[in-house]
Design a protein around this ligand. Structure first.
Ligand code: FPP
Length: 240
């Protein structure tokens, strides 16, 4: 299957909106939480496949600033899954030399989760493999506001002139500082929107939407999405 891909045009950064867990469970008469649980298997498969393929950055949308509006039990279940994922997967990620990090307002997460996240980041800090970002309590608008507040403080303190703010400076204040913009954003479950994900960074990303629900998403679906990306003409507002 990988022989279908052009090895010289593999995206450096792929981002994924893992959608459709609830519907997957509903179709089977199961509670929504079972869909999220099944989604973890897809995540494991995708991380391994992309790391093997030599993709340098992967960012996944695991919990948005809007997801707090879900029923209390579902939010609790998602927090438990995050705990469980870190606990169970950290050694496997470390063995694959994956470097783990988290983006979003992590201070809004339960304290024990924050503690686990920082332990995981510390453990994998020096790993040379794929840089794996998990977006938690993340919202693109919140990220932009956070960057604006940080810059405003610097200006008020007299450490910066508004004229100094350009694209490069701005990027340093985003949660993704140091990470290139994703060339490809994949969304599962057929929904055609960004849902507040990587609003700044996704300005010129190619969007590939697949009907496949996230818990059904496997390596073949991933390679198919990359193949679709490779068939696109990227013009960045110019002409070819
Ligand atoms: C969207 O499906 C999915 C989420 C809100 C959560 C994604 C979480 C996981 C895959 C598991 C936890 C992840 C980590 C990294 C531990 P939905 O519930 O909106 O599905 P629906 O649109 O069918 O209702």
């Amino acid at each position: 299957m990988t022989d279908m891909l052009d090895p010289d045009n593999i995206p450096e950064h792929i981002a994924i909106i893992m959608d459709g867990n609830g519907r997957w469970a509903q179709h089977r008469g199961l509670p929504r939480s079972m869909g999220h649980k099944a989604g973890l298997d897809s995540l494991r498969i995708v991380v391994r496949a992309l790391n093997t393929l030599g993709v340098k950055y992967l960012t996944v949308y695991a919990f948005s600033t809007e997801n707090w509006k879900r029923p209390k039990e579902e939010v609790g279940m998602l927090m438990s899954l995050i705990r469980e994922y870190i606990y169970r997967e950290i050694m496997a990620l470390h063995r694959q030399k994956v470097k783990l990090s988290f983006i979003g307002d992590l201070t809004g997460l339960p304290e024990d989760v924050q503690h686990r996240l920082s332990q995981a980041v510390e453990k994998t800090r020096m790993n040379p493999g794929m840089h794996f970002n998990i977006a938690l309590n993340y919202g693109g608008r919140e990220e932009i506001l956070h960057a604006a507040r940080c810059l405003a403080k610097q200006i008020r303190a007299g450490d910066m002139d508004p004229q100094d703010i350009d694209d490069q400076v701005w990027q340093k204040y985003l949660y993704t500082a140091g990470t290139p913009d994703p060339e490809l954003i994949i969304r599962t479950s057929g929904e055609m929107r960004l849902s507040n994900f990587l609003l700044w960074q996704g300005a010129y990303s190619e969007l590939v939407v697949t009907e496949c629900l996230w818990p059904d998403f496997r390596e073949d679906d991933l390679l198919e999405a990359i193949r679709e990306f490779q068939g696109r003409q990227r013009r960045f507002g110019g002409v070819t």
